[in-house]
Design a protein around this ligand. Structure first.
Ligand SMILES: [Zn+2]
Length: 190
């Protein structure tokens, strides 16, 4: 069981600006996403609109006034079995991801996963729920689904033992006065 590390939430850092998107539950882990990571994931998601793409959300789980998860990096999945409406992480996918995370982000860990639903909307299918329950079962692990054709995305998390869609807090480096980012104010399923 991984214990959250005490660390001030990104909203407390003076050079950061945070914006809540969607509904953030009081009784679930707070999700912080760095805007540059959101941009990276959305760009990657648009690279192929004919089949599903996926990857891993990397960061940490911390505690400040409450427990929160911080998504600080993204690692695209390799060696996936990808079709128009399905994505399978193979043994090679997991092995490569573990190597990549340990090499590039030795201080961090996998806090969730991402995949695309080209033109069929933002939700978790029965198979997606199976993947989340079996491979992302920690209460702070999240799933992100992007529909690159409809330009929609959303996050899902554990809440009271169920997997529900959720809002997040977008963190932008650089502080006040910066232009409003499209990603932080973008579409969100409700
Ligand atoms: Zn799916």
């Amino acid at each position: 069981m991984i214990q959250p590390i005490p660390k001030p939430a990104p909203v407390r850092e003076r050079d950061k600006e945070a914006k809540q998107v969607g509904i953030v539950y009081d009784d679930a882990t707070l999700v912080f996403v760095h805007e540059r990571v959101l941009e990276e994931i959305l760009d990657y998601s648009e690279q192929d609109a004919t089949r599903e793409l996926g990857g891993f959300l990397v960061g940490g789980v911390y505690v400040d006034s409450r427990e929160y998860v911080e998504i600080a990096h993204y690692v695209p999945a390799v060696d996936v079995k990808s079709r128009a409406a399905s994505l399978t992480f193979t043994h090679e996918t997991w092995a490569a991801m573990t190597r990549e995370v340990q090499r590039r982000y030795p201080e961090d860990m996998v806090v969730g996963w991402h995949h695309t639903h080209p033109n069929f909307g933002v939700f978790l299918s029965g198979y997606d729920l199976f993947v989340h329950k079996n491979f992302f079962s920690e209460p702070w692990q999240v799933a992100m689904v992007v529909d690159p054709q409809r330009t929609e995305f959303g996050f899902f998390q554990w809440r009271c033992g169920e997997i529900v869609d959720c809002g997040f807090v977008c963190v932008r480096d650089g502080g006040h006065g910066a232009a409003e980012p499209a990603e932080c104010s973008g579409d969100k399923v409700d």
